[in-house]
Design a protein around this ligand. Structure first.
Ligand SMILES: Nc1ncnc2c1ncn2[C@@H]1O[C@H](COP(=O)(O)OP(=O)(O)O)[C@@H](O)[C@H]1O
Ligand SMILES: [Mg+2]
Length: 272
């Protein structure tokens, strides 16, 4: 069993303190719904776990199976079996998607994969994702629609086969059919014992992938860690109970800046 362990993690970006003592343990056989209002540090935590150079850890630790991640470069962390599916995948003109994917696969193998084997793998994965094969050969993410970019993140997930995957709003930009396809991939990987920490503002994806746990981040800390029933509660009632029952003030400046959340999602706002 693999364990990603985050202890008393403090981190800042551009001199601004974002993570203020995060404690969280994730195992490879669980799927965790990662909830919290916008702007409270969820994506920051993912970036810090993967070692994004702009984010500075000022206190605390992150270990993966006992190995100190903070000592490792991003590629070394990925090679240990961690993966981040980005909220906003970057467009990289001039780098072909398939070259990029092949280099990523090779960096995890001792011997480079043969062209034949790689294309067979790519063909199988694009079929699984119902992705037109030409997306795999075009420039990385260049001119891809929002949904195509997200599917391309999942394509990487299939090819790299990580132990624990961090998925950041992977469902945004996906239509209903694409969400089902992505959920089917996640379910297959769950059955293979993979772990997931999944940020989403919508319950639709969670209904499809059945998280085993749910955690809530407020003001740069995990303030709740419980069963999947938390997802429905927050979707129906918002985050207010965290203030009234736990006495935790939700930083107004951050939550007012971005009002879209699982508890006050855009659809609900427009219905009101
Ligand atoms: N690269 C950055 N430069 C400056 N501020 C950042 C950067 N990344 C994140 N932040 C700030 O950190 C806070 C938390 O952001 P984020 O982790 O993206 O929240 P969430 O994913 O929960 O919506 C926000 O106030 C955001 O503006
Ligand atoms: Mg985010």
């Amino acid at each position: 069993m693999s364990t990603l362990k985050i202890s008393n993690l403090h981190a800042e970006v551009e001199g601004k303190k974002i993570l203020k003592g995060v404690n969280l343990e994730i195992h490879d056989n669980e799927t965790i719904a990662f909830l919290g209002p916008n702007g409270h540090g969820k994506s920051t935590l993912f970036n810090v776990i993967m070692g994004h150079p702009r984010y500075k850890v000022t206190e605390g630790s992150i270990t993966f199976d006992g190995v100190d991640l903070l000592e490792l470069s991003t590629d070394q962390r990925a090679r240990l079996g961690l993966f981040l599916g980005l909220q906003h995948p970057a467009e990289v003109p001039g780098v072909s998607n398939s070259d990029f994917l092949r280099a990523a696969v090779n960096s995890r193998n001792e011997k480079p994969i043969s062209t034949y084997k790689f294309y067979k793998l790519l063909d199988g994965a694009t079929k699984e994702l119902k992705m037109p094969f030409d997306l795999a050969t075009r420039s990385l993410n260049e001119g891809f629609s929002g949904g195509e970019k997200k599917r391309n993140e999942i394509l990487q997930l299939i090819l790299l086969s990580p132990k624990i995957a961090l998925l950041d709003e992977i469902d945004s930009g996906l239509d209903v059919d694409a969400m089902q396809i992505v959920a089917d991939v996640i379910k297959k990987e769950q059955a293979n014992g993979k772990g997931f920490l999944v940020i989403s503002h919508y319950t639709r994806l969670f209904d499809l992938i059945n998280p085993t746990r749910a955690v809530v981040m407020i003001n740069g800390r995990i303030v709740l860690d419980g069963g999947p029933e938390l997802i429905k509660r927050i979707d129906q009632n918002g985050y207010e109970f965290i203030r009234s029952e736990l006495g935790i003030e939700i930083n107004k400046e951050e939550s007012e800046m971005n009002t879209v959340s699982i508890g006050s999602c855009a659809v609900k706002e427009s219905i009101k």
